[in-house]
Design a protein around this ligand. Structure first.
Ligand code: UDP
Ligand code: MN
Length: 311
């Protein structure tokens, strides 16, 4: 009897220990139910913010459908370039744009030719990019409402006359213009006759009009001519080359049907991959050729220089 009692007592203690062990195990593996948390959120909008954070994150990982080549006609504007590249990187990172900056550096000694440089840049990028931005190096977008997205319906003139700090005539298409590669190709690019400052963009406007392409511009922008763009251009320090020689004035007033993308004459001397403040850019050193029988004004001042004994 006493032996049985002892056995029973032992079994009872053993089952108690086992039961305690099982309960402890169950508690430790049970999931903690956060839904029932009755605690107050420190920030009442935190849930919305978390949702937005997830959306932003998804936006940032979504690869954009189109690739943008930013083509920057360039000569001797290093200070402006150092401001331009980090600004664009910061500005475009907010828009999820898949872009790359190409600096079209004119290395010959002819007068500056913005349009021919853009034609050369276009040849370089056309097979790998869906649209280009013809972009002045000294014009920085300041309002996040300015969008650099794919201009599927027609050329998109970002620096419109209502927003550009300096040019306000209705047919102005200079400064910053986005255009898809098919459309640039369709109008045979830009004229190669414009050596020196000005009018190449006005001639390009006529090309777009004649091709029946409608030019779109930003609307309902909350800023105006003084605060939509920053124009890093001191006109005394960076003088515009407005000289006209030979019959330049007369020829460049007309629509050019002879020259463009198909006959721009050049040599790419170097291609330099580099970084400015962590942003990769490509510098194309471009040597433009000038056909003196067609555009002798590519060297207006050369004779004067020799006569005055300049070196
Ligand atoms: N540019 C350049 N070097 C020059 C002249 C012009 O790099 O010697 C380029 C630069 O990108 C500049 C653009 O061409 O922003 C337009 O020239 P500019 O600023 O003189 O024209 P604006 O629109 O101010 O009259
Ligand atoms: Mn300028």
């Amino acid at each position: 009897m006493s032996l049985n009692w002892k056995k029973l007592k032992f079994k009872y203690i053993l089952s108690c220990i086992l039961l305690t062990f099982i309960i402890t195990c169950l508690i430790s593996i049970a999931p903690i139910n956060v839904d029932d948390c009755k605690c107050k959120l420190i920030d009442p909008n935190l849930e919305d913010k978390l949702d937005n954070g997830v959306t932003d994150f998804l936006k940032s990982v979504k690869i954009p459908d189109h690739k943008l080549a930013i083509l920057v006609p360039f000569r001797d504007r290093f200070e402006e370039l150092l401001l331009f590249v980090p600004h664009m990187q910061n500005f475009l990172s907010k828009q999820n744009i898949n872009y790359h900056i190409f600096i079209l550096n004119q290395v010959d000694r002819y007068r500056f030719n913005r349009a021919s440089l853009i034609n050369v840049g276009f040849h370089k990028v056309k097979d790998n990019y869906d649209y280009i931005a013809m972009h002045d190096v000294d014009l920085l977008p300041m309002n996040d409402e300015l969008l650099y997205s794919f201009p599927k319906d027609g050329p998109y003139h970002l620096s419109s006359p209502e927003l550009h700090p300096r040019y306000h005539y209705p047919t102005f298409v200079g400064g910053i213009l986005l255009i898809k590669t098919e459309h640039f190709q369709q109008v045979n690019g830009m004229s190669n006759k414009y050596w020196g400052w000005g009018l190449e963009d006005d001639e390009f406007y006529v090309r777009l009009k004649e091709a029946g392409l409608s030019i779109k511009r930003p609307n309902n922008i909350s800023t105006g001519i003084h605060n939509t763009f920053k124009h890093n251009h001191d006109r005394h320090h960076r003088k515009r080359d407005t000289i006209k020689c030979f019959n330049q004035r007369e020829v460049t007033r007309k629509r050019d049907r002879q020259t463009g993308l198909n006959n721009v004459s050049y040599r790419i001397v170097d291609i330099i991959e580099m970084k400015i403040a962590e942003t990769p850019i490509t510098v194309l050193n471009i040597f433009l050729m000038c056909d003196k029988s067609s555009t002798p004004w590519c060297e207006c001042e050369k004779l004067d220089g020799i006569q005055e004994g300049k070196t």
